[in-house]
Design a protein around this ligand. Structure first.
Ligand code: ADP
Length: 404
């Protein structure tokens, strides 16, 4: 008998999210989260499919302790890391550079390469690495697979991936557009094709991943040809706390005239800009509540958010030439009918329209919200990055005979 379960780990700097998936039927025997690692008031939340959710509070000083606490909870449900049912552990890794175009079984050379990419992903890759090393130490015999957020975007042509700056300087510092959220864009573009009853190879999709972080991508026949995030996740759409696109000269101006340091500007653009910088809130529910109550700052923030989104939809329409579907996903995309309606308002000339009734209906699954006779389908497609990581991980260990 071979195992059919995959444990998916998403290790951040102070949290670890985990999901155990069974690839036989797509079920999730357990999901959980360890928060505030290395801080006061650490917390573990564990929800088995069969049984009550549990919460533990106490000290979790590091990732080693976090994964051991997770393993102990899984053990209590008979789902421990030593179970023969466990086929592999799949890790979300944010930056895979140009080298990692596919999910990859982790060995020492792979770890060294992920480490070499830290300068282009200083916030994420160190935490991802710690998660992999810790999991490896717990189960050295089990295949560990790295699934990269950038991988789906490595098919972008050079014309989309390169910035128009001096080539030697750019190459010396590995400056180019890498894109992020790739696991979500891959999953959602495929699910959109499935919703249309067509093969991914035959369908062109604009995917709008609108969460707290947000990115758009243009997907032609299943392959990404452009995406809005760049060297880092700062570029592109207006996000919860990130500015998205600005004139790079804003930075020189803030340094020279505003007297700010590079680190201060980094914090300004990544943490104190976007919706929160514009109106003091980054939750779209609260912003809409304020807009409906007549709050002008919230209304302007909403309008700026929508204006940028619309520009990217138009840009990617032009990049693709023919668009079969626009898909909304992630927290805002899946839940905010006003954002979906406003983003496509006035685009009927492009064949894009939202049916008010369908848009207002709340639902869990993938669904169409465009009128029946629309030229371009508009869809809401819930993303599932854990399922995608598990699917890619399982396919790799099965094919390569890595299965225990
Ligand atoms: P992350 O980027 O953190 O993964 P999510 O995809 O979970 O983010 O999206 C979180 C965001 O989704 C919240 O900040 C909020 O703006 C938005 N959101 C969540 N639920 C709703 C809702 N019911 N209506 C509107 N916006 C929502």
């Amino acid at each position: 008998m071979t195992g059919t379960r995959v444990l998916v780990l998403n290790s951040g700097s102070s949290s670890v999210k985990y999901q155990l998936l069974d690839m036989r039927d797509g079920s999730r025997p357990a999901v959980g989260l360890v928060e505030r690692i290395g801080e006061s008031g650490s917390r573990l939340q564990h929800s088995p499919a069969h049984g009550e959710s549990r919460e533990r509070n106490g000290s979790v000083p590091d990732h080693d302790a976090a994964l051991k606490a997770m393993a102990a909870e899984l053990d209590r449900d008979g789902l421990g890391l030593d179970s023969p049912e466990l086929a592999a552990i799949g890790h979300r890794v944010v930056h895979g550079g140009l080298r990692f175009t596919e999910p990859t079984v982790v060995d020492d050379a792979v770890l060294a390469e992920i480490e070499r990419l830290i300068p282009v992903a200083p916030l994420h890759n160190p935490a991802n690495l710690t998660g992999i090393r810790t999991a490896r130490a717990l189960r050295p015999d089990l295949p560990q697979v790295a699934v990269f957020d950038t991988a789906f975007h490595t098919t972008m042509p050079e014309s989309a991936a390169r910035y128009a700056i001096d080539v030697e300087t750019a190459d010396a510092h590995r400056i180019r557009r890498y894109g992020f959220h790739g696991t979500s864009h891959a999953y959602v573009s495929r699910e959109t094709a499935r919703l249309l009853g067509r093969a991914p190879e035959d369908v062109n999709v604009i995917v709008l991943h609108l969460g707290n972080g947000a990115s758009a991508s243009a997907v032609r026949g299943g392959r990404c040809v452009d995406t809005s995030m760049g060297l880092t996740p700062l570029e592109g759409l207006v996000m919860g706390t990130r500015s998205g696109d600005t004139d790079p000269a804003v930075i020189f101006h803030l340094m020279r005239v505003g007297g700010m340091s590079a680190d201060e500007i980094d914090t300004l653009l990544n943490k104190r800009s976007g919706l929160i910088g514009l109106c003091g809130d980054n939750d779209m529910r609260e912003i809409r509540r304020r807009v409906d109550a007549g709050d002008e700052r919230a209304a302007l923030a909403f309008d700026i958010y929508i204006h940028r989104l619309k520009k990217y939809i138009g840009a990617y329409y032009a990049v693709l030439g023919r668009v079969d579907a626009v898909a909304f996903t992630a927290g805002v995309g899946e839940n905010s009918a006003p954002v979906r309606e406003a983003a496509l308002a006035g685009l009927e000339g492009l064949g894009l329209a939202v049916d008010g009734g369908l848009n207002a209906v709340r639902g869990d699954g993938a669904r169409l919200i465009s009128p029946a006779d629309a030229r371009v389908a508009v869809a809401v497609v819930p993303t599932d990055e854990e399922m995608e990581i598990a699917t890619q991980t399982y396919a790799l260990v099965k094919d390569s005979g890595n299965l225990t």
